[in-house]
Design a protein around this ligand. Structure first.
Ligand code: ATP
Ligand SMILES: O=C(O)[C@@H](O)C(=O)CO
Length: 424
């Protein structure tokens, strides 16, 4: 097996977002869940995206898993590995972006690593090291109330410096806008002064193309899907990969369809409210989900009543004040993990009742669901919304299924209906 680009994603929705971008840019791409087992026959591809679930676990464990994935990719010939993080830089002062970056950088024998979460397609831009979500700095966006990693500082040089052992520098937009040579020169300066990570400003796709070109000459880069776009265009421009036309039509799979939401992002809350106008929606009791196993049974009984008549949505999602109250009572990790596992149990019950089309909202939630269903890999289908492709399972115990794993903040208000329309 040979491929041009190896990627490691810190969560599953992030992985499908990156896989979507690479496929859209013309790279034949497969998304694997964890390191592929020896007996999984992967198709011929240009890019492999290994999905890990390491965004919110202990830093030492995240480092170990990322290093194993990196080793797997390198021993199969990956000259460049991109570590995919969230476009809203989801992390805490304890990690995990910094510790993973430090470890992969040391393994790659590289001095300075380019880092950018910019992703213009979803309005994430970086200027003077500050991350903007739409028109506002990260700390003024809804991410300031994220249930697991509240983002209260928009300055990524500062944010990353608190997580890494090395110094953090900046490649300013004026430098990026002058093109690849100018970025390379700045990176060499930062490297010479021993700077371990360089946050790169980027506002437009042309900025990411220039950053991608420079990154490809190195062994490691860190960023969100915008960086993936830059790397993909760089590979095609260099003739390392021939552009492939992605499928824009999904093959029909049919059968019952369901949506599950564990994301509490403001985008997902609006999408659930909109879905209530078009499909039956069950709002779970989050307190019962954490403390009483019977809540999952209630959900599955409700689903059994409705599923034959059309798609349904089951959600644990709640507004920030309700999330805070639950966390104060049960702890942030215990409530998050408890709800994820309950939603995974509901997903498994739905699939056992014949569901083969499943939409999941939320990165951690998607991770728990996909793990419970023991899906080994996905082929990348048509795009549903920016950053969200339709995924077709590759192998696995339930046969062929289609899924959409939606990052919490992605998609328009009609996302659930949009996804179901494509996953016909
Ligand atoms: N009502 C609730 N109260 C407290 N926590 C909740 C509630 N509903 C869901 N959660 C937890 O909130 C977390 C949401 O994280 P998740 O990654 O699934 O969504 P997200 O952060 O919006 O998505 P992404 O990571 O893709 O941006 C999960 O741990 C989930 O179990
Ligand atoms: O980059 C993003 O914003 C998403 O792919 C993601 O990682 C959210 O979990």
């Amino acid at each position: 097996m040979t491929f041009a680009l190896g990627c490691i994603a810190d969560d599953y929705t992030g992985a499908s977002d990156l896989a979507n971008t690479l496929a859209k840019e013309g790279l034949r791409t497969v998304q694997t869940i964890g390191i592929p087992s020896a007996d999984l026959q992967l198709p011929d591809v240009d890019a492999i995206v290994i999905s890990l679930k390491i965004r919110s676990i202990a830093a030492s464990e995240a480092v170990e898993r990322a290093r194993d994935a990196d080793k797997w990719l390198r021993t199969r010939g990956a000259a460049h590995v991109m570590y995919k993080i969230c476009s809203t830089f989801d992390s805490t002062d304890a990690g995990n972006i910094g510790p993973v970056l430090d470890a992969l950088r040391a393994d790659a024998g590289q001095t300075s690593v380019l880092v950018t979460p910019a992703f213009p397609a979803t309005d994430r831009t970086v200027y003077k090291g500050n991350l903007f979500v739409g028109a506002v700095p990260l700390n003024e966006s809804p991410l300031r109330d994220h249930p697991l990693n509240p983002m209260r500082d928009a300055n990524l040089v500062r944010v990353l410096a608190r997580q890494t052992t090395g110094a953090v520098g900046l490649v300013e937009l004026a430098t990026v806008a002058r093109g690849a040579d100018s970025i390379r020169t700045r990176l060499e300066q930062l490297s010479a002064s021993g700077t371990g990570a360089a946050i790169a400003d980027a506002v437009f796709e042309t900025d990411l193309e220039a950053i991608g070109t420079v990154a490809l000459a190195q062994r490691l880069s860190v960023g969100a899907s915008g960086l993936g776009l830059g790397l993909a265009r760089g590979l095609i421009a260099a003739g390392a990969v021939r552009r492939y036309e992605r499928l824009t039509q999904a093959q029909r799979i049919g059968g019952p369809a369901a949506c599950l939401a564990g994301s509490c992002s403001s985008a997902t809350l609006k999408q659930i409210a909109r879905a209530e106008q078009t499909m039956p929606v069950l709002r779970l009791d989050p307190e019962n989900l954490v403390s009483k196993p019977s809540e999952t049974l209630r959900a599955l009984n409700w689903a059994t009543e409705h599923i034959a008549r059309g798609p349904i949505l089951i959600a644990s999602s709640a507004a920030p004040d309700a999330v805070s109250r639950l966390q104060a009572r049960y702890g942030r990790e215990a409530s998050g993990h408890g709800i994820e596992q309950s939603l995974a149990t509901i997903a498994e019950g739905l699939v056992q009742r014949g569901v083969r089309r499943l939409v999941v909202a939320g990165g951690e939630t998607s991770g728990a669901v996909v793990d419970r269903l023991a899906i080994p890999a996905f082929e990348i289908g048509p795009e549903i919304a920016a950053g969200v492709p339709m995924l077709r399972t590759f192998g696995g115990r339930y046969g062929e299924m289609v899924l959409a794993l939606k990052s919490g903040n992605f998609g328009g208000e009609g996302f659930f209906a949009d996804a179901l329309a494509i996953m016909a």
